[in-house]
Design a protein around this ligand. Structure first.
Ligand SMILES: *Cc1c(COP(=O)(O)O)cnc(C)c1O
Length: 712
């Protein structure tokens, strides 16, 4: 029966579920339909298929011999969606009828859906995908940003320009989220001046539904219609309004959809108002007192704090809180001080603003940081919330982040693993035993595969550089030069992330003489590729970007240090699959986890990183490189100078010599050993499957259980 559907129908169905985005075979089918235009279509199959009638698709599929591949992909997808034999089936049974509701202000699932800015969003996307693969009953809740985050242009002066493109519903795999009567769900949140209305959209990510709220409805004033148009745009007022829609609106949307979550997982304080609305529901629906409802809500709430950087912790004054959360406070029977007290470390301190992170800690029984070191830092940072407890007894644990293998692993590397790892290793990639066979990988084969990937990255980088240069009217000579930059046989170091100042993208530039010496060494050259966006309001970050841009235009750095515009999931995938070394040099201990370095592991790249975030618990002396020893200094200038020197030293004394230490066949055997050790010791741990399994075992199941055994 399934076979009788037309090709067009099958591909449309496949394109309507983002499952395809982590199946290289399926994206390859779409690419084959339009090989030259697939990238300009932003890898968006919904747009691509709109251009095809059934007849034209049949004809094109015949030309490209795609029929059996389309049928096979469709069958595989159906099997995936129906499969009952999952890890979740045995380990998350308790959640079967009442799923986990995962709240986040951003979700980074695929480049064609730009509603993310960086690590937090990509982590959320990876969490949904692993939950889907493992069969965990979970739903995502977020906001639909009509203009998303921006695309980045860098002008010829090196200054970032933000370009906002509209996300058009009909061009996305998105549909109205409907209630039982078939109506699109709409919710409202009261404020002191009236209600904010939002409608709800549905995106399917494998087995996991993601619900996105959108205030662009006619009932709202123009100002409120634009409330959810941009991610992290606007001032405090915009921010608190977005957060009441996400949190309070999100909980109401689930109720209208008939979803009763057993656990609410708050990611960052952004969504913490959700817990307040769960309290309201319990008081209203079950007649509980405020205190009982609070206790039950806390028992079912999991809070993950994702950064120690102050900008990640929203603080609101009493006026903004009263204006936007006052009506909910009234329903909870809280006066102004009672409401404000929930967001203050010290409720009696009338000068203290309302901190979303504090609210989240107070309303959840399970709280965690995102790496072991970040756990220590968070306990220190928030110790004053539990003045009667000592620091190591504080109720903040940690679950270290991981990345979704299917999304980030290059298909060629996957073929190697298919040969040396046990059957169906793919479904058990978050377990250590699965990876024992890595020692059997033949060094030359690993190296050749890595070189192929690296070459692919270099070709891609050149084409993007040429495109960038043409936009600024570069001469033919310049374009010819750009189409030859980067040498596939020279050590290639990648650095890409948000240009938040603490990430210190310019650390390497602190001593230009040494840098020049390293990159002009003709026997053992090193080259760098940079990418990253700065927040639109962060001029400091933009200035760092500009410095790097200027260096890339100067001799002797020109052509040996390149800067690629518009870092996104697509560029990220190319980079992590092709670099030799991934550089990470944040100011310790500000990188809570970091995840981009985890994406290079299974692709054979080596990490060279400050001992911060995940790397502080990952590095064992032989599975990558450490910059310094983890020392910090209260004066950040001194710390930066010292780290810059450690960085130069590790490059000069360890990374470069090891890379160029070749045997008679020109193979860097010791380097390859490090690649294998990195894959074997780190691949399973810093993996989103392991991460999701940890959340299930240590937070979701206990929280859901806590609900079912009510206190008498
Ligand atoms: C993985 C990823 C990030 C997170 O990188 P960090 O190293 O954690 O800063 C940010 N942006 C994109 C596009 C990513 O793919």
């Amino acid at each position: 029966m399934a076979e009788q559907k037309s090709l067009h129908r099958k591909l449309s169905e496949l394109s309507s579920n983002l499952w395809w985005s982590w199946q290289p075979e399926v994206s390859e089918i779409f690419r084959q339909l339009e090989p030259t235009r697939w990238s300009e279509l932003m890898h968006n199959p919904v747009v691509l298929l709109k251009e095809y009638t059934e007849e034209r698709l049949e004809q094109r599929a015949t030309e490209m011999a795609l029929h059996s591949r389309i049928h096979a992909a469709y069958r595989r997808w159906n099997k995936y969606m129906e499969s009952a034999e999952t890890w979740g089936q045995t380990h998350a049974d308790l959640l079967a009828f009442k799923p986990v509701a995962y709240f986040s202000a951003e979700f980074g699932i695929h480049e064609s859906l730009p509603i993310y800015s960086g690590g937090l969003g990509v982590l959320a996307g990876d969490h949904l995908k692993s939950s889907s693969d493992l069969g965990i009953p979970l739903v995502g809740v977020g906001l639909f940003y009509r203009e998303g985050y921006f695309s980045q242009n860098i002008d010829d002066n090196g200054w970032q320009k933000e370009i906002y493109n509209e996300n058009v519903i009909s061009e996305l795999p998105i549909k109205p989220a409907c209630d039982k009567s078939g109506q699109q769900v709409e919710i409202s949140v009261e404020t002191r001046w009236g209600a904010i209305f939002a409608r709800v959209w549905h995106i399917q990510v494998g087995r996991i539904p993601l619900y996105l709220l959108d205030t662009n409805v006619e009932k709202n004033s123009d100002e409120i219609r634009n409330l959810t148009s941009r991610l992290y745009g606007g001032d405090h007022r915009t921010r608190i309004r977005q957060e009441i829609v996400l949190g309070i609106g999100g909980v109401r949307a689930l109720a209208k959809l008939g979803i009763e979550p057993s656990v609410i997982h708050l990611n960052e304080g952004h969504s913490a108002f959700a817990a307040l609305d769960v309290i309201r529901q319990k008081m209203h629906d079950d007649g509980m007192s405020f205190n009982d409802a609070l206790r039950e809500t806390a028992a079912m709430s999991v809070f993950t704090t994702h950064t120690p950087v102050p900008a990640g912790h929203d603080r609101f004054g009493g006026d903004l809180i009263n204006e936007h959360v006052g009506p909910l406070g009234d329903q909870l029977g809280l006066n102004y001080d009672g409401l404000m007290g929930l967001g203050r470390v010290n409720p009696q301190d009338h000068g203290e603003p309302f901190t979303m992170t504090v609210l989240a800690f107070k309303l959840s029984r399970h709280a965690n940081a995102v790496s072991s070191l970040h756990g220590v830092v968070s306990r220190r940072m928030w110790a004053s919330l539990w003045p009667w407890q000592s620091e190591d007894e504080l109720p903040i644990g940690h679950i270290t982040n991981g990345v979704h293998m299917g999304t980030w692993l290059a298909p060629q590397m996957r073929s190697i693993y298919d040969r040396v790892l046990p059957e169906k290793w793919y479904t058990r990639s978050g377990e250590p035993d699965t990876w024992a066979g890595v020692k059997n990988i033949i060094p030359s084969e690993l190296w050749e595969t890595h070189q192929t990937q690296k070459h692919r990255l270099i070709v891609y980088a050149r084409s993007r550089l040429v495109k960038q240069a043409k936009r600024y009217g570069a001469s033919q000579d310049e374009i010819d030069a750009l189409s030859k930059v980067l040498d596939p046989f020279a050590l290639l170091v990648g650095f890409a992330r948000r240009f938040a100042p603490y990430k210190r993208a310019d650390l390497l530039l602190r001593d230009l003489d040494v840098l020049a010496e390293l990159i002009t060494n003709t026997k053992q050259p090193v080259q760098f590729v940079f990418a990253g966006k700065s927040h639109p309001a962060d001029d400091h970050g933009k200035a760092i970007l500009q410095r790097i841009h200027r260096i890339t235009q100067q001799e002797p750095f020109k052509g040996r240090i390149v800067l690629l515009e518009d870092y996104d999931i697509n560029l990220g995938r190319h980079l992590v699959q092709g670099v030799d070394v991934w550089l990470n040099n944040p100011r310790r201990p500000l990188e809570a986890s970091g995840t981009s370095g985890q994406k290079v592991i299974l692709n054979g790249g080596l990490n060279c990183s400050i001992l911060d975030g995940w790397w502080a618990e990952a590095f064992d002396g032989k599975n990558g490189f450490a910059i310094g020893s983890g020392r910090t200094h209260v004066n950040s200038d001194i710390q930066d100078d010292r780290d810059a020197e450690y960085l130069r030293n590790v490059l000069r004394n360890e990374v470069i010599p090891l890379y160029y230490d070749r045997d008679a066949d020109d193979l860097p055997l010791e380097w390859i050993n490090r690649m294998k050790r990195s894959i074997r010791t780190l691949g399973w741990r810093f993996n989103a499957d392991r991460q999701v399994m940890d959340y299930v075992r240590h937070t979701y199941v206990p929280s859901a259980g806590g609900l079912s055994c009510k206190m008498p």
